[in-house]
Design a protein around this ligand. Structure first.
Ligand SMILES: O=C(O)CCC(=O)C(=O)O
Ligand SMILES: [Fe+2]
Length: 196
């Protein structure tokens, strides 16, 4: 089954990322996946218009199966320039989200991206998101925190953070400012407390 295979792949990639950071025994058990099939009804009227506005993904990592024929995905590079991702049949594309940035204590980058209508053809994509832990808080493991790498973000529940992004309408990673450690913004304590 596609969903099972992609979930396993997402877990494998996450484990390899953790291994690469010296955390060979870190487990992503209990980090759920969510799947979304995107259909863009692009037409002559929508050419050059936005299909999906600039955003980061809120979870840990995303595996994108892009349309094999119709491009449109653009990824922002370090200089702030959008780079088009051309369709490449037989490949999957992986990008990291806000949760990866927090979990890695700022070492991994949450990539900004968007979809633009390039041509008047229907475009499909499948996005598979490895989100944040369901029961535990999102936080950098102790191994990634020391005096030269102080903890950058206060631990939070993934769902609270996702709701914060939605309520503040900050979809491109700016909501991370609200969970920054030593933030002078007042809203950190206002992250909704979970009832359980
Ligand atoms: O359709 C795409 O290529 C990207 C979709 C996307 O960024 C998303 O669903 O978060
Ligand atoms: Fe996305």
């Amino acid at each position: 089954m596609y969903a099972q295979a992609i979930h396993k792949l997402a877990m494998d990639i996450a484990c390899k990322l953790a291994q690469g950071m010296g955390l060979a025994s870190f487990s992503f058990e209990g980090w759920p996946c969510k799947f979304r099939i995107n259909k863009y009804n692009f037409s002559p009227e929508t050419v050059n218009y936005s299909g999906v506005q600039i955003h980061t993904d809120s979870g840990f990592l995303t595996i994108l199966q892009e349309d094999e024929n119709v491009g449109g995905l653009e990824v922002m590079d370090k200089s702030g320039t959008f780079v088009a991702v051309e369709p490449l049949p037989g490949t999957l594309l992986v990008n990291l989200g806000d949760t990866a940035k927090v979990w890695s204590n700022g070492r991994l980058c949450n990539v900004k991206h968007r979809v633009v209508c390039k041509e008047p053809r229907t475009r499909m994509s499948i996005a598979s998101f490895l989100l944040g832990p369901k029961e535990a808080k999102v936080e950098a493991p102790a191994e990634l925190v020391d005096s030269s790498h102080p903890r950058l973000y206060v631990p939070f529940f993934y769902l609270d953070y996702r709701n914060l992004r939605i309520s503040k309408e900050l979809q491109a990673g700016e909501a991370l400012d609200f969970v920054r450690a030593n933030s002078e913004k007042e809203h950190v304590p206002k992250l909704n407390k979970r009832k359980d």
